[in-house]
Design a protein around this ligand. Structure first.
Ligand SMILES: [Cu+2]
Length: 139
């Protein structure tokens, strides 16, 4: 399910001149930008503006993580990972030792992106299955 994406698309249509025709307005606590299916981030690539907060939500029954690749984010950017680890090695150790940073069904993780650039991240338990994602932050 890509509810947020659907809502955005609908909002785009509405802005184009169909305002009032659509029953959009179901914004709520369950809004998210990126869902996590059994095997992938949806969407895999997501673009935001600097200062925006991105919300991930586990939309599956499978446990996942959101873990930035330290070498895959801008130098000046803050590191991010579910579980709020401050480095990739800390996130990996925690995952290995006690499933640290896991997001279970319906759990969310959010991060605010201040520095423009490209951010690559991974789901640690599904790294071999290439469960990868990218956030592009524009000025
Ligand atoms: Cu995963």
């Amino acid at each position: 399910m890509q509810r947020r994406a659907y809502l955005r698309a609908a909002a785009g249509v509405s802005a184009a001149g169909l305002a009032g025709c659509l029953g959009v307005g179901a914004s709520g606590a369950d809004e998210y930008d990126i869902g996590m299916s059994t095997i992938e981030f949806r969407p895999e690539e997501h673009t935001v503006s600097a200062g925006d907060t991105v919300v991930w939500r586990n939309t599956s029954k499978q446990g996942h993580t959101v873990t930035a690749y330290e070498d895959g984010i801008p130098d000046e950017a803050a590191y991010f990972a579910s579980g709020d680890y401050d480095s990739e090695s800390a996130a990996r150790d925690a995952w290995r030792n006690r499933s640290g940073g896991v997001l279970t069904e319906a759990q969310t993780f959010e991060h605010t992106f201040e520095v423009p650039g490209t951010y690559d991240y991974v789901c640690l338990p599904h790294e071999s299955g290439e469960m990868l994602g990218r956030i592009v932050v524009e000025e």
